[in-house]
Write a protein that binds this ligand. Sequence first.
Ligand code: MLT
Length: 203
Amino acid sequence: MTLSLDHRFREGDPDAPALLLLHGTGGTPDDLVELGRVLSPSSALLAPAGPVSELGMARWFRRLAEGVFDTEDVLRRTVQLAEFVLAARAEYGLTGRLVAVGFSNGANIAAALTLLRPDALTEAALFAAMLPVPESPEHDLTGTRVFLSNGEHDPMAPRDSADRLVAELEKRSAEVTTHWHPGGHEITPAGLRAAKSWLTSNP
Ligand code: MLT
């Protein structure tokens, strides 16, 4: 079967959670492989490529300006990624936990998946994330687990937007773990350690 998004897949231990790696703007499926290995060395890795091009840079959805998203496109691309995830699970026999790991624009599409498509994704580790859609249906997200690591001084993912994302998730009964660091738009070693401990704590 041909899956709808270009991607890399590396097999892993079926008892370890599979990781869905979602790169940031201008990234590639290879970007987060090392991070995935650090987070969970034996995990299967599923790493698609963002299908939208912004001046040649791969992204997950269109934006009108930095931090201003094209909501219709976010909704459309969230459906596209959800369908890819469901098809890839079947194709590669990923029947256990699947945890999205996203940075920046990849964290934002992962956040959209958790809010809009809990049938496709119930666990996500988000680095430098924002609220991706102004409004979303009030799905019951009991059982959804989200880890968020953001910088207090991130000019691209302002605290207010990340706080709103956390509030929207918690309002729907998702379990959210936050890790705030003093830096900016980046993944810090402390954030990575916190994500690892969240990933290995009992779901
Ligand atoms: C986004 O567009 O998703 C955010 O502004 C972060 C970025 O990718 O630059």
